[in-house]
Design a protein around this ligand. Sequence first.
Ligand code: GLN
Ligand code: ZN
Length: 745
Amino acid sequence: MTIISSTIGFPRIGEKREVKKALESYWKKAIPLEELLAVNNEAEKIAWKLQADAGINLVGLDGTLYDQVLDTIFYLGLAPARFSSLSGYEQYFAMARGVPGIEALDMSKFFDTNYHYLVPELTSSVSPKPDFSILFDKIKRGQDTIGKDKAVPIIIGPNTLVGLAKPADASTPFDHDGAIKALLPAYTQLLQELKGMGVPEAQLHEPILATTDAAKLKAEFTSSYGELSKVGLPINLVTYYDDIGDAYEWAVKLPVQAISLDFLGVPGSALGNETAALIEKHGFPSDKRLGAGVVDGRSVFADGEFPGKLIAALQDKGIKDISVQSSVSLQHLPYNAELETALPKELQSRLAFAKQKVAEIAAAAKASPSKGVSLTSALPPVNDPKEQIEEKLFNRSQEFKTRREAQIQTVEFPTTTIGSFPQTAELRRARLQFKKGQLSEQEYEKVINEYIKYSNDEQERIGLDVFVHGEPERTDMVEYFGVKLEGFAFTENGWVQSYGSRYVRPPIIYGDVSRTGPITVKEFKYAQSLTEKPVKGMLTGPVTILNWSFPRKDLSRSAQAYQLALALREEVDDLQKAGCRVIQVDEPALREGLPLKRARWESYLSWAVRAFRLSTVVADPSTQIVTHLCYSEFADILPAIDGLDADVLTIENSRSGDEMLRALAKYGYSRDIGAGVYDVHSPVVPPVDFIEKKIKTFLDVGLLSGNKKLLWVNPDCGLKTREWSQVLPSLENMVAAAKKLRNGS
Ligand code: GLN
Ligand code: ZN
């Protein structure tokens, strides 16, 4: 029996965000490249040493200046042709961020996480021009820091790299198999050279195996790993983000020395995923090491007895060669829970960030095995209170057709915005001063009210039909609600990389969620007091709050969503009692939360949709419920979108052609729609005729049979990242376009 420990990824950002600070200074030309590299190297060294010192036997040499997928593109020499005039780090950062005249690579969400990667652009006949010198330098530094026997390179595997890629030329889709084959010589060369450097093994990360289509990948994996195994360097095939489902039976037979599996899956899922059951059913080959991902890399809570118990159960099953690991790379966790000194004591002691998870891994590898535990019963229990909520609380009292009559009556092509207006320097300054105690509550409130007054007057002048207050009091749409709800905790240093130098600090749900009092009513009332026009109440929905937080582990995600929904329901009710006639509940993370495997979509969507309904259906028939979903790619989940039963559906639309509008029309979607008419990510002011054309497509595709009173005109999303000088003329043009079409001209 050999039980060892290994890591498959760790925060690359530095304990105190050193890498972010260095990157941003470098981009501002405040420090030279050498200094950036020195800071990054030091952060890597500290992280590797921390893991080795904790007793980890095989340390994955994580570390990146921006993104690990970009690193792989760069090492393999896969920069698209438009970057060919650049080289070295100049090319690297141009791919990440673009330079004048050369567009950056696309950025996309990495599987079902909130991390974003840069999208490779490939053709079937891709010809890599590898240069591994930077990677080898890193491995050398790793070997010098923690010893050759411990330092393990992390590489994105060829099948995942190709799986994440898009065609270099949109009109010629590339053939995956061909692209993988074309990359193999470069991967082979890489493994050969790594072998020469004396690494104990290489981790090839292949999270693509956790996706829906993994079963179809058998031929590609068999041929690529058949080829790579010829090098004779031990390979650890690392999978994560879920179990590997139907791919399990063939994947465990691939010619590699170790297979790493995630036993936990999505955050806060009813633990765990199917991995334990797959092993129970099919066994695990005796000639391989099992990388047992039993320490939860997606939860900030300590794992307690679970990892040790599960390892014991695996041994009981006769699996002799095991490495204890985290379920996924620890990059998705904050660095060090010891830095949090202001959290409630009972929470502090239950937390484990990346550094503490490493200690858990090492400890579980040393625990002495106990006997007689079955694999599946080793999983910790999750409390899923069978919904005690009465069914009628999920349904509005009247059908849309009837209640729409009682709601605000609009002109044709009614105009509105999505909620936020520019977060100005003045606002940020006031907020900081308020936090530091340099501004009293009254003084701060005065700044907020002046902002609301200003935006009211501008909306009045421009002639919008439904107003917003502009969200000046919020920095972040989740944090703002979390702070005011019971059951949430906020960290001081709990940063997690979202992409590049952008880090987020997700709140932690650690207790039952409830509302202690009105959250948004004061600002609404003030805004509504200024105008005859309806002002929208503005809330973040339960699913989005949950998906952008670290959920509890002892309670199912659906139960947590319902708790949030019940709290928001009180807010919806208070808003309507305060005279609010239109209430918007944003759910931009609804689509994002879809599980990797299609087979699990239905169960997710059913509770997600019900949570939204639970939060909103308290609305009187006369109260109009709006939702905003941001991304418009949800043609595949239209029944769920319809199931939200919102009175108005607003979506981002301006950049995505009209496929989504067609899909809605074809589906027969029958409630009000507000499809974005201009892109809020761009500083460019959209001309009137451009917006007119966008609005006309609503009619062209037959949306709502051309009922112009139900077709709203609004920007794609909130305007908080823009300047007033861009927002005002854009909205003027938007209203002008709507008015022109209203008059039938
Ligand atoms: N109401 C929010 C805003 O306008 C919506 C943000 C979002 O969709 N992400 O900023
Ligand atoms: Zn949006």
